[in-house]
Design a protein around this ligand. Structure first.
Ligand SMILES: [Zn+2]
Length: 177
């Protein structure tokens, strides 16, 4: 199992900061239009990350408040809103353009640890269901069939996920930080 900590040791203390505000151990996210790729990566890591291709700022803030989600945005003006300044809605102003650096910032600020996860559909944010190989082998490429034994399926879009390439790619990108 891959267990990599993205956060420097000092950031472990930040975990305490989030626990007092009603956030669960595993925060849920709402990504602004400008950080859609970040949402996909968070899903790949098992986090519930909502994203709408088109949504106006007021609606975005309302949804974050209603669903107790951490708002992720690159829009500084958005973070100046009163509900965010007063801490009613927690927001992280994403500093970098590059998605791996964005991920690192989110993990550091919330004191999260990177653990292997194959639990959520990258496309629709739905929770994946475990499948025995017999149920999916006719829908995956032969090389996957030969090498993989752990599969999951998205109940909404039908995408099949397997640990191999998915995790290899994440590992490569994140360890390359
Ligand atoms: Zn899906």
């Amino acid at each position: 199992m891959l267990v990599v900590s993205l956060a420097p040791a000092a950031d472990a203390a930040n975990m305490l900061r989030t626990s007092g505000t009603g956030h669960s151990v595993r925060p849920r996210f709402l990504a602004d239009c400008n950080v859609g790729r970040l949402a996909r990566w968070l899903r790949a890591l098992g986090y519930d990350a909502s994203y709408h291709a088109r949504i106006d700022d007021s609606e975005l803030v309302r949804e974050a408040a209603a669903e107790n989600r951490v708002l992720l945005t690159r829009d500084r003006d958005l973070t100046k809103r009163r509900v965010i300044q007063t801490g009613v809605v927690r927001a992280i102003l994403i500093r970098d353009d590059e998605v791996t650096k964005q991920l690192r910032q989110v993990f550091a600020e919330l004191g999260l640890e990177l653990k292997e996860a194959l639990t959520r559909c990258i496309e629709c944010n739905s929770e994946l269901e475990t499948r025995v190989p017999a149920m999916v082998v006719d829908r995956v490429p032969p090389y996957v069939r030969r090498t993989q034994s752990r599969y999951s399926e998205c109940p909404d879009c039908g995408r099949i996920y397997w640990a191999g390439t998915h995790w290899q790619r994440i590992r490569e990108v994140l360890l390359g930080l």
